[in-house]
Design a protein around this ligand. Structure first.
Ligand code: NDP
Length: 284
């Protein structure tokens, strides 16, 4: 039997509707969640992500401001902007869209954001808190993936989760969150020997590489839950994942599509983090 498809766009929509009500209630208490997105340069993919974020914010009632800066922006100028946003009490969340131009040290920028406004969950303090199982802002893509798994009541305890990819924003943290859910986690990456032998053992397989269709049916254990994070542009201009959807859905138990899978959930979790930042900052 073909796998059940987990549509992230549908789950995202229902979560956004609930958040809209939450924000309406916050507004009645005099609180207005506010997110500032900083976009440097003119990368079309980054522009498209940013516009998706703004649309979601508008729908929910989050005030979102986009600051666009030229490709030639210096690290010093960006640090000074972040410092201003850190001090501005009307700003609850700050997101600097990655990647950044070469002259700017990405890690220095991530570390400059006040951890209480780190809605992307990339600051070392947020990561450290996640690692030690404390309450914090979770990075949006891994948070979205866990939320998708929970929406289907997929039991993770004792399951073997295999992650393909070890980036700081997806691979590493999604493995950590699965570990926090009591899965047994194996990381694989470009230097892994005989990756297929490992992916074949996965009860839960998360793929975040950026290579169209690299995971075919031969890499997947029958009955596995397959989460496709990859976003690749085809020659025809459409989007496709890292998983060969049609062949893998024949053996998996659950599978996420691309598009309409993890992507909309990532944006939704950013909104969730922004509302949380607003509530936390005003509780103090
Ligand atoms: P990175 O390029 O930062 O990381 C890719 C990872 O894949 C690396 O760890 C790399 O290994 C590994 N890798 C590369 N080639 C192979 C291979 N042949 N076999 C096994 N592993 C390999 O990418 P990101 O994590 O940022 O993103 C991954 C994908 O997910 C991209 O398509 C991106 O567009 C998408 N994405 C989607 C999001 C969403 O919301 N849907 C959000 C973020 C990303 P090594 O470390 O050894 O180099």
């Amino acid at each position: 039997m073909a796998a059940e498809v987990i549509y992230g766009d549908q789950l995202a929509q229902s979560l956004r509707e609930a958040m809209k009500e939450e924000v309406t209630a916050l507004k009645e208490e005099g609180l207005q969640p506010r997110l500032v997105v900083v976009l440097i340069g003119d990368d079309p993919a980054s522009r498209s992500y940013v516009s998706g974020k703004q649309k979601a914010a508008d729908f929910i009632g989050i005030d979102s401001e986009l600051i666009t800066l030229p490709d030639s922006t210096t690290e010093e100028a960006l640090l000074s902007l972040i410092s201003k946003l850190n001090q501005d009490q009307s700003v609850n969340g700050i997101l600097v869209q990655l990647p950044l131009p070469k002259q700017i040290n990405e890690q220095a920028i991530i570390e400059a954001i006040d951890p209480s406004k780190d809605v992307d969950g990339f600051h070392p303090i947020s990561i450290g808190r996640m690692l030690t199982g404390q309450e914090t802002f979770l990075p949006c893509t891994p948070f979205g993936i866990i939320t998708m798994l929970k929406s289907k009541e997929i039991d993770l305890e004792g399951k073997h989760a295999v992650i393909v990819g070890r980036s700081n924003i997806v691979g590493k943290p999604v493995g950590q969150l699965l570990l926090n859910e009591h899965a047994t986690v194996t990381y694989t990456h470009s230097r892994t020997k005989d990756m297929q032998a490992l992916t074949k053992k996965a009860d839960v397989l998360v793929v975040a590489v950026g290579r169209a269709g690299m995971i075919t049916q031969e890499y997947v254990k029958p009955g596995a839950v397959v989460i496709d994070v990859g976003v690749n542009r085809t020659e025809a201009g459409t989007l496709t994942g890292d998983v060969d959807f049609e062949s893998v859905r024949e053996v998996a138990s659950y599978i996420t599509p691309v598009p309409k899978g993890v992507g909309p959930m990532t944006i939704t979790m950013l909104m969730k983090n922004t509302i949380k930042a607003c509530v936390n900052q005003n509780k103090k």
